[in-house]
Design a protein around this ligand. Structure first.
Ligand SMILES: [Zn+2]
Length: 541
């Protein structure tokens, strides 16, 4: 059929332009040293909030925060570990101090001083407690006063078959936050995760460099029986295991059995000491809106986190600013540019909300706060499109869907991509659990259909091989580091593709009366169903 090219040509003439130049300028400014790495509660936050509010206003949007302002205050507690913290293992009576930020990392969970003396070590397999799947590594095991050593990811990640955890793709129980929760619920005093590159989905250098970063929590902070958590470098872990008569690969095989139970590691204990200083911080989500033309009480929400990792002690290169040019000045710039496109074009039926979240890097805290305190009713939010791209790429032939197979919002994304001549590829590293790692996820947990995607790697010039080289280089050297800096050579062609697909998918959703839902068997569907009565069925026209 030959109509299609004509339709496309017409659409191309009418569609507002997503401008690579405007995205470039926003990324350049937001990622400049003047913005100090956009740390929540740091001076970089004020500049960022000011820049985003001013840009939304200039584009013709309305303030969409609370009390008629551009912001939603987010009360946080900043937790800084004072210098001098210590971590040591003792095996068979022989003590081994561990160098923090080199051999291990240490997150102390409670405010004030923590002292742990010779807590017995327990091997907890994958540390999965998931009654729905019939797994409980801690059933009948007394963990009080003990520290659990666990494997990263979930039981079938390397099994070569599906053991009920979606095969190679990571399920939520495989995230380290889930492992910490499971161990805390079982009464453990601490959790150490054995770091392996593939299972963790990032090199040890990344967690090691993060050891000095402050952590944050939503205020008020809840005291926890879990006093510490951290990562063990793989060779340190295999040495520890060897000295207790254990071997990593053999342990993995045991841990893949549903009947696996945590067991004591012979003559092995852990000691730790350190102090956490807590500071109250009020950070901000920045929110703008464009009221819908005919159904303003229904919403489509675009989101991207504005924060990066802020100003910290200088790294080995002498740089103390983690600029976060890609992660996530780029996604933030895309949301700004999509807002500009909507403000210029015809107004869709539903209200468009544009949110720049704070503290994503600290545990999706800005978005978590929003879903607990929604400015716009979640029941009437038709869908969420999250922009947290992974790399700035040249033009590609595809987009990568993160965590696909969950919601029929994905169909709208595929339609939008097809309109732009792009195909949708599944994410190449499903074991990384990206669906749980950015700001769409808090919405999913509350039942709101939410998606995330990225520009694909099948580059117009060089294909997938060239795309993989760029992604792998970024992951190995720049992700969350001071080197995630603006590069004037970037064309932003892939970024424009991302923003254009997002614009088109959201425009379609904001223009019709349908309510996307969750696929059968997806747990978030049951949460959504509780508010079904609040959503008007699409009217017949
Ligand atoms: Zn990010």
């Amino acid at each position: 059929m030959h109509l299609l090219p004509l339709v496309l040509a017409a659409a191309a003439i009418q569609a507002p332009v997503i401008s690579a130049e405007r995205i470039r300028e926003d990324v350049r400014v937001l990622a400049s040293d003047a913005f100090e790495g956009r740390g929540p509660g740091e001076t970089g936050e004020q500049k960022t909030v000011e820049y985003l509010s001013t840009s939304f206003a200039a584009a013709g949007l309305e303030p969409g925060g609370v009390d008629g302002l551009w912001t939603q205050p987010v009360p946080l507690v900043r937790l800084d570990r004072k210098p001098g913290a210590k971590l040591a293992l003792t095996i068979g009576g022989r003590g081994t101090p561990l160098a923090l930020g080199e051999q291990a990392t240490l997150a102390l969970r409670n405010v004030g001083r923590t002292e742990v003396m010779d807590a017995p070590l327990v091997f907890g397999g994958y540390g999965v407690v998931d009654p729905a799947r019939g797994w409980d590594a801690y059933a009948g095991v007394d963990l009080h006063g003990k520290v659990v050593v666990v494997l990263a990811n979930d039981p079938d990640f390397e099994a070569g078959r599906d053991l009920g955890f979606e095969g190679r793709r990571m399920v939520l129980a495989g995230r380290i936050g889930s492992k910490f929760e499971a161990a805390a619920t079982a009464g453990a005093l601490g959790v150490l995760v054995i770091h392996e590159d593939a299972a963790a989905s990032y090199p040890f250098m990344q967690v090691a460099n993060g050891d000095v970063l402050p952590s944050f929590a939503l205020a008020p902070i809840k005291p926890s029986t879990l006093q510490l958590g951290g990562w063990l470098r793989r060779d340190v872990a295999t040495d520890l295991l060897a000295r207790t008569g254990l071997e990593l690969e053999a342990l993995k095989r045991r841990a893949r059995e549903p009947a696996f139970r945590a067991f004591a590691m012979k003559d092995a204990t852990l000691s730790a000491a350190g102090e956490i200083e807590a500071t109250d911080v009020v950070s901000h989500n920045v929110i703008a809106k464009l009221p819908g033309a005919s159904r303003p009480g229904e919403y489509v929400l675009y989101g991207a986190h504005w924060d990066a990792n802020g100003r910290n002690g200088p790294d080995a290169r002498g740089d103390g600013i983690r600029n976060g040019a890609i992660d996530n000045a780029t996604g933030t710039a895309e949301v700004l540019e999509i807002a500009r496109a909507f403000a210029k074009g015809p107004r869709p039926a539903r209200t468009l909300v544009f949110a720049a979240w704070t503290a994503e890097e600290k545990g999706l805290l800005g978005a978590e706060y929003y879903v607990a305190n929604p400015v716009y009713p979640l029941a009437k939010t038709a869908g969420v499109i999250n922009l947290d791209p992974h790399v700035v790429l040249p033009a590609a032939r595809d987009i990568e869907l993160v965590g696909g197979g969950r919601t029929d919002l994905e169909t709208r994304l595929a339609d939008a991509a097809a309109k732009l001549g792009l195909r949708v590829t599944p994410e190449p590293n499903p074991e990384a659990g990206w669906y749980f790692r950015s700001d769409h996820f808090p919405f999913a947990k509350k039942g709101v259909p939410a998606i995330a995607f990225r520009a694909g790697r099948d580059l117009v010039e060089g294909g997938t091989a060239a795309g993989n080289v760029r992604v792998e280089a970024f992951n190995a050297h720049d992700y969350h580091q001071t080197t995630d800096q603006f590069d004037p050579r970037w064309t932003f062609a892939g970024t424009v593709q991302e923003a254009s697909v997002a614009y088109e998918a959201g425009r379609a959703l904001a223009s019709d009366a349908g309510w996307p839902g969750w696929n059968p068997g997806i747990v978030y569907g049951a949460v959504r169903a509780a508010s079904d009565a609040e959503r008007a069925p699409p009217a017949r026209e």
